[in-house]
Design a protein around this ligand. Structure first.
Ligand code: BGP
Length: 483
C-alpha cells in the first residue's frame, strides 16, 4: 500500500534557499556628517538625549549629540560594507536621510550631492552582491518640517513625502527592489517627535492632532506604495512595525482582555497596511477619545493600496495587567507593559524572549498572510573591548551573551518557518555599533563589529571584530545549519 504524504516534511537544519541574511542600520545612527554635502539638520540633531530627555531647540544647543558624527559611516561606508561582506551578508537594510535629499523637506528640487552619496553606497553593495533594503523614513524627519509644520500633524507632509519617495524610486528603483515606508510606524503613538516629527511636546499634544498625524502617515505610506507599483510593478514595498507580543500577567479575563487591547493598538497599523481600511476596534478608540478624524474619500481610496510584505522589529515581549498600578516603563521601552516574572532582561530592562519571536511570526502570518521580514532584532549590551593578539587589529569583545541571544532567537525563527511562515529574511539590528535611538549613547552596543567611540565622543573610530562576528559568519555561511 502506498501512502501519500499530506504534510510538508520538517526542514533540514538549514533555512530556506534564498533566505536573506544581514543587518540593519539607520542613517542618523551611523552616518554622521550631519551638515555635509548640503544636508541640513533632522530632528535627531536636536535630540542629544534620544527619547530619554527633551529635545533642544538648535542642533548646537545642549549636551554633546553623538549623532552629529555617529560612527562616521558617511566617510567609512566602503570599509564598513566590506566588513558586512566578510560577514556574508546577502542583504543590508539602511535608511536614506531625508534631509540629505531634501535638506529642508519642502523644497521642489532634490540635493544632488545627497543623492550621489547613496549611489556610492549602492555601488559598494553591488560590488559585494548584497541586496539593499531601504527604509525611506527612519526617525529622521527634516528639522524644518518638524518646526514649521509640526511634522505629520500637517496634511502637507503627505505631498513632501510623496515627492521625496518618488525621487528615490526614480533614482534608485532599478537597483533597489525592497523598500520600507516608515520605520516602526506604530511608535508615533508613544514617541510623537521621533516617529512623527511632531514638535509639539507630547504632553501638550491633543488626541486629535496625534491621530490626524497617524492618519497622514498611513495615507502617505499607502500612497508611495501605489507610486512604487505604478513606476515599477517589480518593486516590493513593506510596512514596518514594532512587534511586542503581550502575555496576561494572570489568567484573570480582565488581564487577557488588556492583552488584546494592547496588541490591537499595534495590529491597527498592520491591519490598515494589509487590509486597506481602518479596523472597527480602531474607529471605536477614536470615538471614545472624541476624535473626529479628517478622512477624505481620496484618502480612503489611497489606503486600499496595500503593502507587499510586512516587516517588523522584535526586541522583547511584555505582560499586561488590568491594574494600571503595575505598569512600568523600562529605559527606552516606549511601549511600557508589566515585567514578566519568568524572563531575564537586558541591562536596559528589555526582557529577552526568543519564543515571543516565534509567536509574533505565527500571529502575523496567520493574520495578514503576507510575506514577513524580520528587519530588527538584537541585544544592546555594555561590551568590554579586550586585547587579543590573535584577532585582527589586536582587540576583540568576548560577547558570548550576544551569541546566545542570536542563536536562541534564530532557533525560534526556524521553528516558525517549519510552521509554514513565509519569511523573506533576517537583519540583525546594528551589526556594527551604532548610536542608540532611545538613549543616544554609544555604550548600548549591538554590533558584531565594535566601534571605538565612547559616550563622551572620544575614540579612534577603529572597527574591531567581536567574537559574535565569527559566529554570525558561520551561521550565514551554513544558511543556518550551524546554529
Ligand atoms: C528600534 C529602532 C532602531 C534601534 C533599535 C534599538 O526601535 O528602530 O532605530 O535603535 O530600536 O533601540 P535602541 O537603540 O534604543 O537600543
Amino acid at each position: 500500500m502506498t501512502t501519500t504524504r499530506t504534510t510538508t516534511p520538517a526542514t533540514t537544519r538549514t533555512f530556506p534557499e534564498g533566505f536573506l541574511w544581514g543587518g540593519a542600520t539607520a542613517a542618523n545612527q551611523v552616518e554622521g556628517g550631519y551638515l555635509d554635502g548640503g544636508k541640513r539638520a533632522s530632528i535627531q540633531d536636536v535630540m542629544p538625549q534620544g527619547i530619554v530627555g527633551p529635545p533642544v531647540s538648535e542642533p548646537t544647543d545642549g549636551p554633546l549629540n553623538l549623532k552629529h558624527d555617529a560612527i562616521d559611516f558617511y566617510h567609512r561606508y566602503v570599509e564598513d560594507i566590506a566588513l558586512f561582506a566578510e560577514l556574508g551578508f546577502s542583504v543590508y537594510r539602511f535608511s536614506i536621510a531625508w534631509s540629505r535629499i531634501f535638506p529642508k523637506g519642502d523644497e521642489e528640487t532634490p540635493n544632488e550631492e545627497g543623492l550621489a552619496f547613496y549611489d556610492r553606497v549602492l555601488d559598494e553593495l553591488e560590488k559585494h552582491g548584497i541586496t539593499p533594503l531601504v527604509t525611506i523614513s527612519h526617525y529622521e524627519t527634516p528639522l524644518h518640517l518638524a518646526k514649521t509644520y509640526d511634522g505629520w500633524v500637517d496634511r502637507a507632509m503627505i505631498g513632501f513625502y510623496e515627492r521625496y519617495a518618488r525621487v528615490l524610486f526614480e533614482r534608485y528603483g532599478s537597483r533597489v527592489k525592497y523598500w520600507l515606508t516608515f520605520n516602526e510606524i506604530n511608535a508615533v503613538l508613544h514617541a510623537p517627535l521621533m516617529a512623527g516629527g511632531i514638535w509639539t511636546p507630547k504632553d501638550e499634544l491633543s488626541a486629535k492632532d496625534l491621530y490626524q498625524a497617524i492618519h497622514h502617515e498611513l495615507v502617505a505610506s499607502a500612497s508611495v506604495t501605489r507610486i512604487a507599483h505604478e513606476m515599477d510593478p517589480e518593486l516590493k514595498v513593506g510596512c514596518m512595525v514594532i512587534a511586542m507580543p503581550a502575555y496576561p500577567l494572570t489568567p484573570d479575563p480582565a488581564d487577557v482582555l488588556k492583552v488584546q487591547t494592547f496588541e490591537r493598538s499595534n495590529y491597527a497599523f498592520g491591519d490598515v497596511h494589509c487590509r486597506g481600511e481602518y479596523p472597527g476596534y480602531f474607529l471605536r478608540t477614536l470615538r471614545e477619545e472624541g476624535v473626529d478624524l479628517e478622512i477624505t474619500d481620496a484618502d480612503r481610496e489611497t489606503l486600499t493600496h496595500t503593502v507587499d510584505f510586512v516587516s517588523f522589529s522584535y526586541y522583547m515581549s511584555v505582560c499586561q495587567s488590568a491594574d494600571p498600578a503595575k505598569q512600568i516603563k523600562g529605559e527606552g521601552n516606549i511601549m511600557g507593559g508589566v515585567p514578566n516574572p519568568t524572563l531575564p532582561a537586558s541591562e536596559w530592562g528589555w526582557q529577552i524572549d526568543p519564543i515571543g519571536l516565534r509567536k509574533v511570526l505565527g500571529d502575523y502570518w496567520d493574520r495578514w498572510n503576507k510575506p514577513l521580514f524580520i528587519v530588527e532584532n538584537g541585544l544592546g549590551a555594555k561590551d568590554q573591548l579586550v586585547d587579543d593578539p590573535g584577532a585582527p587589529g589586536g582587540k576583540t569583545v568576548h560577547d558570548d551573551y550576544r551569541i546566545d541571544y542570536l542563536r536562541d532567537h534564530l532557533l525560534q525563527v526556524r521553528e516558525a518557518i517549519d510552521d509554514g511562515v513565509n519569511l523573506l529574511g533576517y537583519t540583525w539590528w546594528g551589526p556594527i555599533d551604532v548610536v542608540s535611538a532611545s538613549t543616544a549613547q554609544l555604550s548600548k552596543r549591538y554590533g558584531f563589529i565594535y566601534v571605538d567611540r565612547d559616550d563622551s565622543g572620544s575614540g579612534t573610530l577603529a572597527r574591531y571584530r567581536k567574537k559574535s562576528f565569527g559566529y554570525y559568519q558561520g551561521v550565514i555561511a551554513s544558511n543556518g545549519a550551524t546554529l
